[in-house]
Design a protein around this ligand. Sequence first.
Ligand SMILES: *[C@@H]1O[C@H](CO)[C@@H](O)[C@H](O)[C@H]1NC(C)=O
Ligand SMILES: *[C@@H]1O[C@H](CO)[C@@H](O)[C@H](O)[C@H]1NC(C)=O
Length: 149
Amino acid sequence: MEAVCRLTAALLALTALSQAQPVKFHDCGSKAEQIIVDVTPCPTLPCVLHKGQNYSVNVTFTSTTSSQTSEAVVHGILAGLPIPFHISNSDGCKSGIQCPIRKMQKYNYINSFPIKDAYPSVELEVKWELKDDDKNDIFCWVIPVKISS
Ligand SMILES: *[C@@H]1O[C@H](CO)[C@@H](O)[C@H](O)[C@H]1NC(C)=O
Ligand SMILES: *[C@@H]1O[C@H](CO)[C@@H](O)[C@H](O)[C@H]1NC(C)=O
């Protein structure tokens, strides 16, 4: 019995490690509903992002609008100042979303970003927007991160 318990505990721990944990985010004007933001790996806030590593983002949302296109816009906010952050693939329709986006349909936006060695070791906020045809935010969220060596 004890062995079984231990095995179960070990398995649960493994599952917790491999499963993405939703990140508590600040909403900055999303039109979509039921938004869940997963950043992997980011077990606690601020997300500690290590240089030379690759992080993945998985945003689950239910759209309240329809749109032919979707474009991701990412900023780092340092001391209140938004700095554009280049992501290699800004086309939401090539990031797990099958376009056109339809009303009341559920989507997963999937992307990843590398933390380059050249980045400064600072604490900042990351603002991630996905814009529709009319440049309105399908989603907009902000999370605190800490870039570390
Ligand atoms: C980061 O991870 C994603 C998905 O795991 C992969 O497609 C991408 O090529 C990786 N990028 C880098 C720079 O390692
Ligand atoms: C994204 O998250 C959803 C909901 O948690 C999950 O079903 C899906 O498998 C995830 N996709 C990836 C690529 O991680």
